[in-house]
Design a protein around this ligand. Structure first.
Ligand SMILES: O=C(O)c1ccc(O)c(O)c1
Ligand SMILES: [Mg+2]
Length: 627
């Protein structure tokens, strides 16, 4: 299947779009009519440009409101088609996409539509051109690929075929199995797009919210698998109408497009039991978090870790790197080495989470997969004392994800660090896990990061939620591994005054804003914090009145919660969630401490407005104390 993308999927001028498409490794593209009409390139120039860029022009599209007309209107529409045929021959494509009519005045009589396509097909064939018929999900009469297939079959000309589009079929829940009834030779083009599951008008959904496969919730992989099963081998073309893609960097969108196509096709081959090209996705687990800190700094971070219950157990043998540990091998690294990746990171971002270490069973396979997906892989990063190379990939905001396997992991601490502290006995309410890491990403890049994580690892994409910040709405998406050893949230907002946007501005880009650490006894933790003096985010009284009423909690329980500024949530299966937030370091990075009881699956979204408002109050207070 030839990889292709429709120019409508990207922002920029037609030339910029095509350059980005070619640079991302595509060898084919569909030319969207509006892009051509608004371009200063003539059809001939376009042909030369695409030749130079090594791109095959696989379709000109769309030709609208063609079928079912009478009299003069019918004559006019054929004249219009002939003008497009002229253009197509000049620009060097042989396929015209005709999308089903949405016109009130057109007729839906099948015989008439068949006659129209027969005549158009004959006219096209006389010029060596072809016609592909696509049923728009909102087409007036034809809005189902089964009807399109029946018409194409009745027309019975080699120059008239079907154009399938996953969005049109899947948005209307047309069974994927119906693809099995189609003759693959009759399919001239397969367009693919995913979309988040939303309950809205299909036209608006399609024009603004389509996204790439692996970024949304439609069963696109199964859909592509059905095409493979019937032996379709024509082009597979991304056609994504999305406001954010139009305003994003066309280069990034094109690279993501390629990544998405490669992955979805590979997943589809896997589904049908055929050989795949990419190594399998792995199941990651967070093993350490690394902070970059400018030399001589990081005192506050150290103090907070100490109060939370982490212990500074040793230092790197030759570098200015400190190792902190909690119970159950939860490691945090504070890196003050100036001439290093971390040093450069802290130069830009100050105290910041610069890397996460993920344990992966088959590290080599994961790296190879990242490589195939066009991710930036840093090999042999350190002159590791253990003699083993540690590899990493570039991630959110230029931070790193280290890949660790059994070999690297067991030797990492022993060989590289001088461990000076003996392990202390377990205490109640200590930190026992990394629950999740929370990243802030630009609104434009949001879907790009969804794709990054889902194409690389075996992750579940949770339902997207809107969080209400006093400064605006924040879009939030959680991704998690099946065994829950890896959980990550992506947060992005358009409003300039949300905590997320302020972070992005102050941090000079995307990055990790907080980590959530898990404890098995939040009340013991809370009591300990009152002794150690961890500055905790104060939660207002109205909140506790509300949860008492909402969940029917006892007075004693509410007092315990409110004394510790603990947020509480309960899901419909009785799973419970407790959260405590530290005050932010320099109004930027903070810690969340959580306890999950039972099978609680979420992230406390119901509490987020209360938390974000409390953070706004705390920030204002801190600010006014400074001036
Ligand atoms: O939204 C549209 O009009 C439109 C046009 C062409 C397509 O291929 C399509 O899927 C949708
Ligand atoms: Mg389409």
């Amino acid at each position: 299947m030839l990889d292709s993308i429709a120019t409508v999927s990207l922002g920029g001028t037609l030339r910029e779009k095509l350059e980005a498409i070619s640079a991302a490794g595509f060898r084919a593209a569909e030319i969207f009519e509006n892009d051509f009409v608004s371009s200063d390139l003539s059809a001939h120039d376009l042909r030369l440009l695409m030749d130079d860029l090594g791109l095959q022009n696989i379709a000109y599209q769309p030709f609208r409101d063609f079928e079912g007309l009478k009299g003069h209107a019918r004559k006019r529409v054929f004249d219009r088609a002939e003008r497009k045929f002229d253009l197509m021959q000049e620009m060097g494509t042989d396929l015209l996409l005709v999308c089903s009519s949405t016109m009130k005045d057109a007729e839906g009589d099948e015989g008439r539509i068949i006659d129209d396509f027969r005549e158009l097909g004959e006219r096209a064939a006389s010029r060596g051109l072809r016609i592909g018929y696509e049923g728009l999900a909102w087409g007036r009469y034809i809005n189902d690929h089964r009807d399109v297939a029946a018409i194409v079959s009745a027309v019975d000309l080699p120059s008239v075929g079907i154009i399938l589009d996953s969005f049109h079929s899947l948005s209307r829940h047309i069974p994927i199995s119906s693809i099995m009834d189609i003759d693959p030779a009759k399919i001239f083009l397969a367009q693919i797009a995913d979309a988040p599951l939303m309950n809205m008008d299909i036209l608006q959904w399609s024009r603004h919210f389509r996204c790439m496969p692996l970024q949304g919730g439609l069963p696109v992989t199964e859909w592509v698998a059905a095409l493979i099963k019937i032996g379709y081998s024509g082009p597979l073309s991304l056609e994504i109408f999305n406001d954010r893609f139009r305003s994003g960097f066309s280069k990034t969108v094109a690279i993501d497009g390629k990544r998405s196509l490669v992955t979805v096709r590979d997943d589809a081959h896997y589904l049908v039991g055929e050989e795949t090209h990419l190594p399998d996705r792995s199941d990651p687990a967070i093993k350490f978090i690394e902070f970059s800190v400018p030399p001589g700094k990081g005192e506050e971070l150290g103090k907070i870790l100490d109060m939370i219950g982490f212990e500074h157990i040793g230092n790197h043998k030759i570098r200015d790197v400190a190792l902190w540990r909690s119970q159950d091998d939860i490691f945090i690294i504070i890196n003050r080495e100036s001439y290093s990746f971390s040093g450069s990171f802290s130069l830009i971002h100050g105290d910041a989470l610069c890397a996460i270490g993920l344990y992966i069973k088959d590290r080599k396979a994961a790296l190879e997969r990242a490589h195939h997906l066009g991710m930036a892989v840093a090999e042999n990063l350190s002159d590791s004392l253990s003699g083993r190379s540690i590899n990493a990939i570039r991630s959110v905001g230029g931070s790193l994800v280290y890949f660790l396997d059994e070999d690297v992991y067991t030797e990492l601490w022993e060989k590289e660090f001088e461990i000076t502290q003996k392990i202390k006995p377990e205490i109640k309410g200590s930190i026992t896990s990394f629950d999740h890491v929370a990243s802030i990403v630009g609104y434009d890049e949001f879907l790009s990061w969804v794709l990054y994580w889902t194409s690389l690892f075996d992750l579940e994409v949770c339902q997207e939620v809107d969080l209400i910040d006093p400064g605006g709405v924040v879009q939030s998406q959680a991704l998690e591994s099946k065994n829950k050893n890896f959980r990550l949230t992506l947060n992005g907002s358009l409003g300039a005054r949300t905590l997320a946007s302020r972070f992005e501005k102050k941090f000079l880009g995307a990055g990790y804003q907080h980590i959530a650490l898990g404890t098995d006894d939040i009340f013991a933790f809370s009591k300990r914090m009152r002794k150690t003096g961890l500055p905790i985010l104060e939660i207002n009284k109205n909140y506790y009145d509300d949860i008492q009423a909402r969940f029917g909690l006892t007075d004693a329980f509410i007092i315990e919660l409110s004394d510790g500024n603990i947020l509480y949530d309960r899901d419909s299966d009785g799973g419970e969630f407790f959260q405590i937030f530290s005050r932010a370091i320099d109004r930027m990075f903070f810690f969340e401490i959580v306890q999950r009881v039972g099978e609680y699956k979420g992230y406390g979204a119901a509490n987020t407005q209360v938390r974000l408002t409390a953070q706004r109050r705390a920030g204002e207070k801190q600010y006014s104390e400074h001036i």
